[in-house]
Ligand binder design. Structure first.
Ligand SMILES: [Zn+2]
Length: 326
């Protein structure tokens, strides 16, 4: 079924399990958020499953036939098993669907958080009325979702749309996945920090170096954005370099996918005035001579921090390739 055709289900619950917080929403089939709960994400898989069941029961008013959609920060295969989750390392291998199924009678869907965010953008955001688009989340890592012929594509094993591990600099910076030169090591929030550290070590980021001294843990995206927005020339040079790396990855995605639009979400996108215009400028420069037929707009996501949970709930209302376990 096309994503634009929606099943008339009264309501569903969407839960986004993030590295630090878990957000749960009760959502009508038209995308209206009816109620919302937020909780710190516990460490162990049994504790996470317990929290998910509690939040679900509360928001579903004990109607255990209500569908539940779950978005989780990591790769999810078609069996509902989570792995390669750098922000949820304590639960690597977590069989979410198996743990939850005994507690539910309704349908259960599990997908990664970027795919869920894309469902939200398709329903009421920057991917509305788009048949072929790409969502990239620039957070601690890089997430991705592929909208092809009006469907979110999950690939043979549920792993499609993870462009953060395209190698764009052979022998380059070390990535969280263990490889060197991945796009994520340059274009994510962690990548921004990597590039800043390189500049600090070569004396090219003096204001920030003076602020943090040897406390490298204080080197955050917020600090960098703050200094750039205050007009520090060296920090603005860093942001330019960072934007150029983001754009290189976007160009590679574009020549592969031929999207109508590229939508950028995640923490970096929340300061669109600083990062967005530079990413757009570099992207258009790099595609000027590339074999692309037309200009591809690069736009910010609009669903905000609730996108993952909202999309997880909407996933239940759509005939998608999400995991259905009952
Ligand atoms: Zn990698």
């Amino acid at each position: 079924m096309n994503l634009s055709k929606r099943v008339a289900v009264a309501q569903s619950v969407g839960i986004d399990i993030g590295g630090t917080k878990t957000l749960a929403l009760a959502v009508s089939s038209d995308g209206t958020i009816r109620s919302r709960r937020q909780h710190a994400t516990p460490k162990g898989e049994v504790e996470i499953a317990k929290l998910v069941v509690e939040l679900y029961r509360e928001l579903a008013n004990s109607d255990l036939t209500m569908p539940l959609g779950i978005g989780v920060a990591g790769l999810v295969d078609r069996s509902g098993r989570l792995f390669n989750a750098p922000n949820l390392v304590a639960v690597d291998g977590f069989k979410i669907a198996d743990l939850l199924k005994p507690h539910l009678t309704g349908r259960l869907y599990v997908d990664n958080d970027a795919n869920c965010a894309a469902y939200a953008e398709v329903h009421q955001g920057a991917l509305r009325s788009v048949s072929n688009g790409l969502l990239i989340t620039l957070g601690t890592g890089i997430g991705g979702a592929l909208l092809i012929d009006s469907r979110i594509r999950r690939g043979a094993f549920g792993m499609a749309g993870e462009p953060g591990h395209m190698i764009i600099q052979p022998g380059g910076l070390l990535c969280a996945c263990g490889n060197r030169g991945c796009w994520e090591a340059y274009g994510s929030g962690a990548g921004l920090r990597n590039l800043a550290l390189e500049r600090i070590k070569s004396g090219r980021l003096e204001v920030i170096a003076d602020l943090i001294g040897t406390n490298y843990a204080a080197l955050t995206g917020e600090l960098i954005a703050g200094e750039a927005n205050a007009g520090d020339a060296q920090t603005l040079e860093l942001v330019e370099e960072y934007a150029s790396w983001v754009a290189r990855g976007l160009v590679n995605c574009s020549v592969l996918l031929d999207p109508e639009v590229i939508v950028i979400g995640g923490g970096i996108a929340s300061d669109w005035a600083l990062f967005g215009s530079r990413i757009q400028k570099w992207f258009q420069q790099l595609t000027q001579n590339a074999p692309l037929r037309q200009t591809i707009p690069v736009e910010p996501a609009v669903a905000g921090d609730a996108a993952g949970a909202l999309g997880a709930a909407l996933m239940c209302h759509l005939d998608t390739s999400g995991i259905q376990t009952s």
